[in-house]
Design a protein around this ligand. Structure first.
Ligand code: PLP
Length: 398
């Protein structure tokens, strides 16, 4: 046995055993690289339908060259938190680019989207406030909301009538996502902006999965839905999905950003993202803005997949984005289906509770502009070869 005996105040073993018994134990698989819509694992190559690299930029030569050049100029790490000496010209230029691109006054960079979301909620909301959020919002938002002294109200997924009933004037913040991470559908931003304005509350979008993919020039969900960014007080987005790098930002008024610089502990007390990473993200944004052809190709792949999967009788979500949940139901069936696909050279992640609600386990299939039509056809062939009775029971009607 390695390490000390597991005794003491924490029942780690019992919690793990309980998870395992419920078929919900997580473990990690070390991959040997991903590129061009493919993944290498333990010496085998798979078609990768589980990444968030929607435009195939994670492996783009220009982004990698910008990263390397950034390392040559600034070194490998930021060496300090942003208020000490970790904030560089490269960070500032990325903030300015984002502000201009997204139509906000100012932007602040974070090491990841999880901390950006948590920083915003924790820094803004006191016990006198109210937080309203969609019940399918990301774990970072749900978790922080439940720990804050403010009251949190969760409304049914995209249920604007329920939100309207819950709202109280001038009390706090409404948060929803541009594209929901496990379902791929979009929130109704015209209605959200109207409800926020009418009730005098602030509105925040987490556009982790819309940025780069949706809207003119990939400006995201608000642009796609024709929403003036001035109607949304806080925009949050990540660099680790369509932009192909890592990190995140929060954008809004100059006052909001100055407030976060002064009071957001996740920002103040954390080593800044490497300047070289900021260089890579800036290059990625340049590529995203010019990627209309890639977005059009991605749209065609999405339509091809949906048509093919529905013809095979699979139940899909109401999504027109690269996130295509294939609804299965039971966790064991989702795991089995993922395994069957792997046997056929296709990698797609089984998503189980607590990431998604109980009884809605799914394969989260994600498409990328790096895929070709033949890749989608191979995925469909693999799905067609999976026997319905032993994999998904009710979910495949065919
Ligand atoms: C909707 C949403 N918000 C935030 C995050 C967190 O972003 P990051 O991966 O940069 O921490 C994710 C990542 O999975 C996400 O899906």
């Amino acid at each position: 046995m390695n390490g000390p005996a597991v005794t003491g105040p924490f029942a780690l073993g019992a919690a793990l055993a309980e998870r395992e018994q419920a078929g919900l134990l997580r473990n990690r698989i070390a991959t040997d690289g991903a590129s061009g819509g493919r993944l290498r694992v333990a010496g085998s190559d798979y078609l990768n339908f589980s990444a968030n690299d929607y435009l195939g930029l994670a492996d783009h030569p220009a982004t990698k060259t910008a990263f390397k050049a950034g390392i040559e100029r600034y070194g490998a790490g930021a060496s300090a938190s942003p208020l000490v000496t970790g904030y560089s010209r490269a960070h500032q230029e990325l903030e300015d680019t984002l502000a201009e691109w997204l139509g906000v006054e100012a932007v602040l960079l974070f090491n990841c989207g999880f901390s950006a979301n948590q920083a915003v909620l924790k820094t803004l909301l006191g016990k006198e406030h109210l937080l309203w959020q969609d019940k399918l919002n990301h774990a970072s938002l749900q978790e922080m909301g439940s720990q804050l002294p403010c009251k949190m109200k969760r409304f049914g997924h995209n249920d604007m009538a329920a939100l309207e009933r819950q709202l109280e004037p001038n009390r706090g913040l409404i948060v929803s996502e541009g594209v929901f991470s496990m379902d791929g559908d979009q929130a109704p931003w015209t209605e959200l902006a109207t409800l926020a304005a009418r009730s005098g509350n602030w509105l925040m979008i987490d556009d982790a999965h819309g940025l780069g993919v949706l809207g003119p020039g990939g400006r995201g969900t608000l642009a796609a839905q024709g929403i003036n960014p001035a109607r949304v007080h806080i925009q949050m987005g990540t660099f680790g999905k369509a932009l192909g790098v890592a990190g995140a930002f929060v954008g809004g008024s100059r006052e909001l950003v100055e407030y976060l610089v002064n009071f957001a502990r996740h920002y103040v007390y954390s080593t800044h993202m490497p300047a070289a990473q900021a260089c890579a993200v800036s290059k990625s944004i340049e590529l995203v803005r010019a990627a209309d052809d890639a977005r059009a190709h991605l749209g065609q792949l999405i339509a091809r997949f949906r048509q093919g999967a529905q013809a095979l009788g699979w139940q899909l979500g109401a999504s027109d984005t690269p996130i295509q949940p294939l609804l299965v139901g039971e966790s064991s069936a989702a795991l089995q289906l993922a395994e069957r696909l792997r046997e056929r050279g296709v990698w797609a992640g089984a998503i189980r509770p607590p990431t998604v609600p109980v009884g809605t386990a799914r394969l989260r299939i994600t498409l990328s502009a790096a895929h070709r039509e033949q890749d989608v056809d191979r995925l469909l062939d693999a799905l067609g070869a999976c026997p319905a009775a032993t994999t998904v029971g009710e979910a495949r009607h065919g």
